[in-house]
Structure formats: structure tokens, C-alpha cells
Design a protein around this ligand. Structure first.
Ligand code: BG6
Length: 484
């Protein structure tokens, strides 16, 4: 069962930084897949813009190679690539100078939807925004798309917001957090607000605690320089895990519309308590067979940056007071898996006596891979010999339940770019939301720096530092094992 593809209106999409890594890995192959699916009308145009000196034909070769390397998808037939490449153009542009801008302005068709994707470092956002206005390329309906990292603290995020706000209205700015484009992340809202079953129990009266784990097996790869200045807190927690937390914890919005949803998410971030030092554990991965450790990867033998972080959070509002949220993310862990576990409280009284043991329900939402949900339910162990209780999983994999075609659902970037063209901001972060997330993050990072904290080393391929186990064990709880 695959959802209907509704074509978007014809558009001109201008990608700044079009020869960069993100464009080659995600944006261009993603656009191609949408083209194959029939979602992009043939009159649309994709214009690459970057500093490298290419003509359109040379850039088409770059695009074709990127698509071959990073995937066309099942629906793409021979011949479609040539059709797609005809939609591609290129202009050499200097983001900080005047080169190329007039030529680019001559190519953008104002009567269509115009979207400008800033697939460049944040240092260039203001320059690009200013030139789009100066060369008269943008109007009230134009959209700009910006990527993370959106600042490295509250002050830089505010400065970025201000530099964009000088030239564009908030309703025109699409800040990407690619986690929001993941199908199963959107499913969190469907599960919570589309079912009667969960919402009445979704509070501290019934939920003991919630765990959010995003584990990766990869190390920092070729991004050591960036990562050493960022760390897991800025790279993953401030954005991706924060978004997951918001979707799990927010109040039901009145409508599935951009401001209704983002207002509710913002309230969650603002209700987060500061985090106590003993409620956080940071780690750095050690070497593994045939590969180096974190410090070697980032090129600093004394690096104090974390590749793992685990923390216990409290949300101070009526719904969640008393229910802790445990978050954890790290690189070079045992398995690549993202999972949210909602652990319900024990039944208040067991009519079956102490020997039947204590049993509680647990809802696990697997975000990736093998997307699905499992609900542990307590039943009677079959057979003679009295009432013995046992927990069994009601296990549902979305692929099994909905058919193998779900594997072909658009990836996060495809979905998000089409939302930009449709003009739907629901799955994008609003400026105040990003600032609130930094306002909560800053004192945590400042505290680490002030205390000179050095992350604990953990074994590559493990569950992370043992201190993370100890942190949750002090509360009489355990992490879900990281496994596929
Ligand atoms: C990116 C981070 O935003 O998300 C990376 O910068 C991380 O460090 C990646 O690996 C994880 O994304 P995904 O989609 O693979 O879970």
C-alpha cells in the first residue's frame, strides 16, 4: 500500500552549494526520485548555483553521477534520468561577491513557485538572503530553505535568525531538521493523536518513564573537524532528539497545521528543567579493530568533545511532572537503531498475589530500521498450574502490516522538499523553537566547559559508557538494550 502521489505545482528550485556533499547525497537524488514518482511537473526547473566553474552540461554530469551513486529508487526507469537532466541548469555564483547573480536572476521564472535552498554553511545565509533581494529574485511567495547547524549557541542562532528576518518573513523560512521528514517520526503524531487508546494514559499518572535512544554504528567519518567543535549535544540532542522529545511530550495541537504544532512543541522546550550535572554522562568512543579512536578521528589527542551523551530530563508541567525522560545518543555503538520506549507504571494492585510478579506494559516505537511498534501486554501463561503471568509482545512491523511497498516511501529530504514547494511549514522548525532549544542547551555545554569535564571512554561497538548504565540504575531502571 503506497500513498497516492499528488503532483506539486511547477517550480524553480535554486540550490546554492549544489556541488556540495548534501546536494549530491540527498537533495539531487531525492528530487530525482520524486520526479520518477511523477510528483514534479516537467515544467519545473532545478538550478544549481555554486562557486565552481561549470556549465550546465558539466553540472548535469555531476548530477547524473550523484544519482547513480546515491540511488534512483525502484520507480525510476531508463530514460527518466535524461528527462530529469533536461530540467537541470547551472550558474556559477559568488555568494559574497556579485558574480553570477544577474545571470541567475535572468533564469528564475517569477510566475512559478520559487524556492532557494541554502545548502551552504550558516556563515553565508545572510549574504545569500541579501543578494536574493538586491537582485530582485525574491517576492512574498518565495521560500528559503536552511540546514542545520542553525547556530552553535543561542547568540549565533539569534544572529542567524536576524540576518534572515531582514529579508524574509518567518512564513518564508524553512529550517530543516531531517528527523521531522522521517516517516516514522511523523507517525509519532499519528499514533498519539489518531488513536483513542494511548492519549488518556499519556501522562505521569500512568507512565513511569520514557526513553529515547538514537544509536549509530558509524564514527565521525570525514567530519572530524566539524564534529570536534560540535559534539553529540549540538549535533544530535539540540535538534533531532529534541524534536523527538517534543513530539512524544507535547499537548495535542488543535489542528495539524504549522503554527498549532509548533506552538505545542515550543511549550515543551520551554518547560524543560535545567539538567543537573549528575544527570548527564558524556563519552568518547575508543579504538576498534582496524580503526582509530575518537580523538584520532577528530585530530586532537586532548579533545574533550563527546561522541555520546546520555541524560535524564524533567518536563515541568502538569502532564509530565514526576515522569523522567532518558535520552541517549552516540556514535560507534552496538547497532544503528532509533527507538522510543514508553514504560507504563505497574498496575496499582495485583489481584494475583506476589508470586505472579510485577508486570507493566511497555510501548516501543522503532523509528529506524525495521520501523514499527511493539506493545508488551501481560497475559496468563498458558497451561495448568494456576495463574502465572507472562508479558508477550504485540509486535507490528510497518512493512509487514502495510506491505513491502512502504520501503519505497520517500526519504526525509524528498518529503521535506516537496513540503517546501507545497508551502507547508508543519515539519520545519520555527525561529523561536530553535532559539528555545539553544537557550536550554547553552548552560549545559557551558557547565561542562566550566567544570573541565572530560568524557568517559567507551568501547566501540558497546552500549556506551558504563556510567550511563549507572545513571539510570540509580533510579532503579535500566536502558533498553541497543540491538536490531
Ligand atoms: C546528522 C548528524 O544531522 O544526523 C550526523 O549531523 C548523524 O552526525 C545524522 O549521523 C544521523 O541521521 P540519520 O538519518 O542517519 O539517523
Amino acid at each position: 500500500m503506497v500513498s497516492r502521489v499528488i503532483p506539486v505545482d511547477p517550480f524553480d528550485l535554486i540550490i546554492f552549494g549544489a556541488t556540495g556533499d548534501l546536494a549530491r547525497r540527498k537533495i539531487l537524488p531525492g528530487l530525482f526520485r520524486r520526479f520518477c514518482a511523477g510528483q514534479i511537473p516537467p515544467e519545473s526547473q532545478i538550478i544549481g548555483a555554486a562557486r565552481s566553474d561549470h556549465d550546465a552540461q558539466e553540472f548535469r554530469v555531476v548530477v547524473a553521477e550523484a544519482i547513480r551513486e546515491f540511488g534512483g529508487g525502484k520507480a525510476c526507469e531508463d530514460g527518466t534520468l535524461d528527462e530529469f537532466l533536461q530540467r537541470i541548469d547551472y550558474v556559477t555564483v559568488d555568494a559574497r561577491g556579485d558574480t553570477g547573480w544577474r545571470e541567475l536572476a535572468g533564469k528564475v521564472r517569477k510566475k512559478l513557485i520559487n524556492a532557494f535552498y541554502f545548502s551552504v554553511g550558516p556563515g553565508l545565509f545572510g549574504d545569500l538572503a541579501e543578494r536574493l533581494q538586491r537582485f530582485d529574485m525574491a517576492d512574498d511567495d518565495s521560500r528559503i530553505v536552511v540546514e542545520k547547524p542553525f547556530g552553535r549557541d543561542l547568540a549565533t542562532a539569534k544572529a542567524l535568525n536576524a540576518s534572515l528576518a531582514k529579508h524574509f518573513d518567518e512564513t518564508q523560512i524553512y529550517r530543516i531538521d531531517h528527523y521531522l521528514g522521517k516517516e516514522t517520526v511523523q507517525n509519532l503524531m499519528a499514533v498519539r493523536f489518531g488513536n483513542m487508546l494511548f492519549e488518556p494514559l499519556w501522562n505521569s499518572q500512568y507512565i513511569d518513564h520514557i526513553q529515547i535512544s538514537v544509536a549509530e554504528t558509524v564514527g565521525v567519518g570525514g567530519r572530524g573537524g566539524y564534529y570536534d567543535k560540535s559534539g553529540a549535544m549540538r549535533d544530535m540532542v539540540q535538534n533531532h532528539l529534541m524534536q523527538l522529545l517534543c513530539l512524544i511530550a507535547m499537548e495535542p495541537p488543535a489542528k495539524f497545521d504549522p503554527d498549532a504544532v509548533r506552538d505545542e512543541k515550543l511549550k515543551v522546550i520551554r518547560a524543560l528543567d535545567p539538567v543537573e550535572p549528575h544527570h548527564m554522562v558524556r563519552g568518547q568512543y575508543g579504538p576498534s579493530e582496524g580503526d582509530d579512536d575518537f580523538r584520532t578521528h577528530v585530530g586532537d589527542p586532548a579533545s574533550k568533545t563527546e561522541s555520546f551523551v546520555a541524560m535524564k530530563l524533567a518536563i515541568s508541567n502538569w502532564r509530565w511532572a514526576g515522569t523522567p525522560f532518558y535520552l541517549r545518543t552516540g556514535k560507534r555503538l552496538k547497532a544503528r537503531t532509533s527507538e522510543i520506549t514508553v514504560v507504563f507504571k505497574d498496575a496499582p494492585h495485583s489481584i494475583f498475589g506476589a508470586e505472579a510478579g510485577r508486570h507493566n506494559n511497555e510501548l516501543r516505537i522503532r523509528l529506524q530500521p525495521n520501523e514499527g511498534m511493539t506493545l508488551d501486554v501481560t497475559i496468563k501463561e498458558p497451561g495448568q498450574g494456576g495463574m502465572r503471568l507472562v508479558d508477550v509482545p504485540l509486535d507490528m512491523s510497518f512493512a509487514e502490516a502495510l506491505g513491502p511497498d512502504v520501503a519505497e516511501v520517500p526519504d526525509a529530504y524528498e518529503r521535506l522538499i516537496m513540503d517546501v514547494i507545497r508551502g507547508n511549514q508543519t515539519l520545519f522548525m520555527r525561529g523561536d523553537e530553535v532559539e528555545a532549544a539553544w537557550a536550554w542547551t547553552d548552560p549545559i555545554i557551558e557547565g561542562w566547559q566550566a567544570r573541565g569535564e572530560v568524557p568517559k571512554t567507551y568501547d566501540s561497538g558497546s552500549d556506551g559508557p558504563t556510567d550511563a548504565m549507572a545513571m539510570i540504575a540509580r533510579d532503579g531502571r535500566i536502558w533498553r538494550e541497543i540491538k536490531l
